[in-house]
Design a protein around this ligand. Structure first.
Ligand code: C2E
Ligand code: MG
Ligand code: MG
Length: 752
């Protein structure tokens, strides 16, 4: 009864949307990495561009410093390395000429200092810059004079010689240095005066023209604008920091700092970054949007999945019609409850409820009314049970309740009584008054109990017992039922053998006219004498046959037997009971026709007894089968009228020829005035619909009298004869006087 495997309650349909959601994460990571790579690449190339630009600027700067220095030297050569300079300075010093053609001339080219020293390094002429006043310049010019005169072994310290490859041993006619001149970087150019012959052996005693040009703001502006270096300047203190600007250090041969120039870096990398930045910004914004949308999508998808899972789980665990937990949920809860009880928790019980006549409602009034009825039952059950009890719907008309309660039979029956009272109270649904019943099987859960499957089996057995004992009642499982079940199983096997081996018998109960003096028919009733258990009543073996499907073979056997025996009683109608399972078979009509042919029995004498439950299901097919058999002369009786759903629908819709009032009514005639009234009503109803009415179970003269007066056409009961063998019927037909009953009028009068 328990599901062998759990349904995929959660997580199974995580499906493609979840996968899509999970795709967002790797895509996001890839995009982030890609953007980071682009940023790093841009920054690296920007830095590289800055480095390249800086190197280039430095080179250009060095070149420019060189060019300007050499240019200055050439300017000095232009005035000092001439024959007139040799004549006016070396041969015969002309101070006026020197002032005009050296000092003032060089001043025009923005030299700050012009000097002439004689062969012994004495200053002959000086055109100083105004700011130097009368200061002694000899220390400042000493290095270049020493260089030019060839007194040095190496290039002078604290100065940078600009002539490439100049040999201090053979310095040549000219030299130019960059050096500090009273604290400021300056070009100091010196040219020896004399003809080539004069200087052929060196400049030892040659007069020298010296010129100094500060590498100051004006010159640096010029260089800066040519090289496009902004804020190019000489840093006064070379040790000072270049405060973020680029700088170029001029160093002497020993690496000592001579001058430092700084300028504002162009930083093309910045421009690159600036030009790429908007695109990166757009990409980042796009990515941010992607992430936001992705997260939103993931969150929404996750919510949808969670909702879907909840719904799936709910669907998997609940009944779609009434919303109650279904069999699976019930099974899980039952296991929990059993574990609780075993663990020392309160004892509990399962109430297995089967609605009586629910199928009738469904079949006669339609499924929508059936569903509505289930909802009503659900509400009633939920209302009478406690909040922590579990009310579940296990199937069509099966409900089950798990409740914690005392396990004594008094408490269990009290709860069952409440359930039956609730379920059996009338329902008003869509203008229909509906009454149904409830049979309940109860299985108590205590510490010694087995597993969930055992409990359900117990409850099921108890339910079977409740139904068999007449429905609308509850039975509590006890160990004897297990034996009952195995007995049933054994009987089932024996019954099969009995059917196969002609081990059944047919008994015939006479049906008499209203006066009770003439047998008008017989009802064939199955009898089974078990080889070891003896006589088994139909009330025991018919349900077993119906439960196992053996009723098909049993029914056919009985019909054939009755037809064969019935041939001996040409004036009697033969009634044969037909079970629902038999009647609903698609070949039922053919089976009856075949047996009639095989036994050569007159169809007009055959009466089939159906109960209301036989007709349930497909009303059209049932009606058609009846009509087909009626067409060949077979008649139909509605058996046990008053015990089933007792719907007028059956009487009106189906072509019954006879109505058999159930013995329970007949039995109550004398006790309950209502029953008498009902019998009257049923008789007039049957008559009104053109049917014959037979009363069953007539035992007493009072009943006989009452029924005859009520207008019943025929009667059946112990008063007129118990079911007997075919031989007894033969005997009775042959000598009717032996069986005659007295007039009920006289008997009743005598008794009173
Ligand atoms: P039923 O068709 O209503 O048959 C009438 C039952 O009432 C018979 O019980 C009969 O013995 C019993 N009966 C008749 N008169 C009296 C009376 O005055 N007092 C009392 N107390 N009982 C009386 P039986 O033979 O035990 O059969 C019980 C039921 O089993 C039948 O009820 C019928 O529904 C079913 N049945 C019997 N034979 C067959 C059969 O061959 N096929 C099918 N499908 N059902 C059968
Ligand atoms: Mg019957
Ligand atoms: Mg009956």
């Amino acid at each position: 009864m328990l599901p062998s495997a759990r349904l995929p309650i959660a997580g199974e349909r995580k499906g493609s949307r979840w996968d899509q959601a999970r795709l967002v994460t790797p895509i996001g990571v890839i995009v982030v990495v890609a953007i980071l790579c682009v940023i790093v690449a841009v920054l690296t190339s920007a830095r590289r561009a800055d480095e390249v630009a800086f190197n280039t600027e430095q080179q250009l700067m060095v070149q420019s410093i060189d060019e300007h220095g050499l240019h200055a030297m050439h300017l000095v050569e232009g005035v000092a390395a001439t024959p007139s300079a040799t004549a006016r300075i070396r041969t015969d010093y002309d101070p006026q000429w020197a002032d005009q053609r050296i000092g003032q001339w060089l001043a025009k080219f923005h030299f700050d200092v012009a000097m002439i020293v004689d062969g012994a390094d004495r200053v002959e002429y000086r055109y100083p810059a105004a700011n130097l006043g009368e200061r002694d310049l000899s220390a400042e010019v000493a290095p270049i004079i020493a260089l030019l005169r060839g007194r040095l072994n190496a290039m002078p310290a604290q100065a940078v010689a600009l002539i490439e490859g100049q040999d201090p041993a053979k310095p040549g006619r000219s030299a130019v240095l960059v050096q500090n001149f009273f604290g400021q970087p300056a070009y100091v150019a010196a040219v020896a005066v004399g003809s080539d012959t004069d200087l052929a052996h060196g400049n030892d005693s040659a007069p020298i023209v010296l010129a100094v040009k500060y590498i100051g703001a004006r010159l640096l502006d010029k260089i800066g604008s040519r090289l496009q270096l902004a804020s190019l300047r000489a840093i006064a203190k070379p040790s000072a920091k270049a405060d973020g600007n680029h700088s170029l250090d001029l160093t002497d041969v020993q690496g000592g700092m001579v001058a430092r120039f700084s300028w504002k870096p162009t930083r093309p990398g910045g421009a690159i970054v600036a030009s790429v930045a908007p695109f990166i910004a757009v990409a980042l914004a796009g990515f941010a949007l992607f992430v936001v949308l992705g997260i939103r999508y993931m969150r929404r998808t996750a919510e949808e999945i969670a909702t879907g899972e909840r719904q799936l789980r709910h669907l998997a665990l609940h009944d779609p019609v009434c919303g109650l937990p279904n069999r699976i949920y019930f099974g899980e809860r039952l296991e929990q409850t059993i574990n609780n009880v075993r663990g020392g928790g309160l004892s509990a019980a399962v109430f297995y409820i089967d609605l009586d006549h629910f199928k009738d409602v469904n079949d006669t009034l339609g499924h929508h009314i059936g569903d509505e009825l289930i909802l009503n039952v659900t509400q009633r059950l939920s209302r009478i049970m406690r909040g922590d009890d579990l009310v579940a719907r296990l199937g069509g008309d099966e409900f089950a309740i798990i409740t914690t309660c005392a396990s004594d039979s008094y408490s269990l029956q009290a709860i069952a009584g409440r359930i039956i009272a609730a379920v059996c109270a009338p329902y008003a649904i869509s203008g229909h008054n509906i009454i149904i019943g409830a049979s309940i099987g109860i299985a108590a859960i205590d510490r010694r109990v087995g597993d969930a499957a055992d409990i359900l089996r117990y409850a099921d057995m108890a339910l079977y017992r409740a139904k068999n004992e007449g429905r609308n009642r509850a039975c509590i499982y006890d160990a004897a039922m297990d034996a009952d079940l195995s007995n049933r199983k054994l009987l089932e096997g024996d019954l099969l053998q009995a059917i196969k081996n002609d081990g059944l018998r047919a008994a015939y109960q006479p049906i008499v006219n209203a006066a009770g003096d003439t047998v008008v028919g017989v009802e064939a009733l199955a009898r089974w004498t078990h080889p070891t258990h003896g006589e088994i009543p139909p009330s025991r073996f018919i349900p077993i046959a119906e439960h196992s499907g053996l009723i098909i073979e049993l029914g056919e056997w009985m019909l054939r037997r009755a037809c064969l025996d019935g041939r001996n009683w040409p004036n009697l109608a033969i009634s044969v009971n037909v079970s629902p399972l038999q009647f609903r078979r698609s070949d039922f009509v053919e089976v009856v026709e075949r047996i009639l042919t095989e036994t050569d029995f007159d169809a007009n004498r055959l009466e089939l007894e159906l109960t209301e439950s036989t007709l349930l299901g497909n009303l059209e097919t049932a009606e058609l089968s009846m009509l087909r058999l009626k067409a060949i002369g077979v008649r139909f009786a509605l058996d046990d009228f008053g015990t089933g759903y007792s719907s007028l629908l059956y009487l009106r819709r189906f072509p019954f020829d006879k109505l058999k009032i159930d013995s329970s009514f007949v039995r109550s005639i004398e006790k309950a005035p209502d029953a008498a009234a009902i019998v009257h009503a049923v008789v007039s109803l049957g008559r009104g619909l053109g049917m014959k009415v037979t009363a069953e179970g007539v035992e007493t003269a009072e009943q006989h009298l009452f029924l005859r007066a009520a207008g019943v056409h025929s009667m059946q009961g112990f008063r007129f004869g118990k079911p007997g063998t075919a031989g007894e019927i033969d005997h009775r037909l042959a000598s009717p006087d032996d069986y005659r009953v007295g007039s009920p009028d006289q008997e009743v009068a005598l008794a009173s």
